[in-house]
Design a protein around this ligand. Structure first.
Ligand code: ZN
Length: 291
């Protein structure tokens, strides 16, 4: 396993981690400047942050700072109640691939969607198996387009608590089943994003990481699971503050040959009340000591 104790060159910052500071939104270009100040050489930005700053402006800033993108967040949300909704999702996902190409991202991360409308509190239907079918079909269509553009796509299984409203793919096993169905040859054009927050509890985690192998392991996201967790979305822990055995899982991932970034992704109202430099300094320190 790589030794991260003396440098953080393999740490990436998912820009949601510093989306806010002292309770206020931080513009993406300011986040990029802050990452450069802390000698952070990779990021994973969110589409809404990129749209607010302007794709071309972000693209220029990424280049001028010499930043790499460990991923681009996110495509997905493939489910819909009608054909029009499915077509909208298809078109939007193609735009996400185009943006990821413009920013030279390592992969486009997919949060696949749950029951359509559930996020807004009004699920259009209740058939989770049907949602999973729509998701598989949507990913299959997107894979064809992403292949043309040479942009790998990474399915991120989400913790089962998000099955209704955010993602009906909830385990690494499920995600890999979809990969194997759509890409039996294992080309690496489609794979998984292993986010510890979502999968740390899974008794099959090690076995499924081994099943994934190097070609399907496209991204590795780190944070921690707090006890108690007080908010289902915005109470992720800083690495070292919770119960996840992070180095153990990193060892499993790296023993498959994964040699990419560990991407710090922390949605946390607690941390968003702090100052950007304080958050980034802590990420660097924890990355060296507990990741
Ligand atoms: Zn993630």
């Amino acid at each position: 396993m790589r030794d991260f104790s003396n440098d953080h060159s393999w740490m990436s910052i998912n820009t949601a981690t510093v989306r806010k500071a002292q309770g206020k939104e931080v513009p993406l270009l300011d986040i990029l400047d802050a990452c450069a100040r802390h000698q952070i050489r990779a990021i994973s930005p969110w589409r809404d942050q990129v749209a607010a700053a302007g794709l071309q402006a972000v693209s220029r800033a990424v280049r001028s700072h010499g930043l790499a993108l460990s991923g681009y967040c996110r495509g997905g949300m493939f489910t819909a109640v009608d054909d029009e909704g499915l077509a909208r999702a298809r078109d939007d996902n193609r735009r996400a691939v185009d943006e990821a190409c413009e920013l030279n991202a390592a992969c486009l991360v997919l949060v696949v969607g749950g029951l359509p409308g559930a996020l807004e509190g009004k699920a259009g239907y209740h058939d989770l198996a049907h949602a999973r079918g729509q998701v598989t079909e949507g990913i299959g269509q997107l894979l064809e387009y992403a292949r043309e553009r040479k942009m790998p796509i990474a399915i991120e299984p989400l913790h089962p608590m998000y099955a209704a409203d955010r993602a009906c793919i909830n385990t690494l096993e499920q995600a890999l089943d979809v990969c194997d169905l759509l890409d039996p040859a294992g080309t690496g054009d489609i794979g998984v994003a292993v986010d510890l927050y979502h999968v740390w509890w899974d008794p099959k985690l090690q076995a499924q990481i081994e099943r994934a192998g190097k070609r399907r392991l496209l991204a590795f996201h780190v944070c921690d699971w707090l006890t108690p967790t007080t908010d289902l979305l915005n109470d992720r822990g800083m690495m070292g503050d919770g119960v996840i055995e992070i180095p153990k899982v990193r060892a499993w991932v790296e023993s498959q040959g994964f040699s990419g970034y560990s991407e710090v992704e922390i949605f946390s109202s607690r941390w968003w009340s702090r100052d950007t430099d304080d958050i980034l300094r802590t990420c660097v320190e924890r990355h060296r000591t507990v990741v």
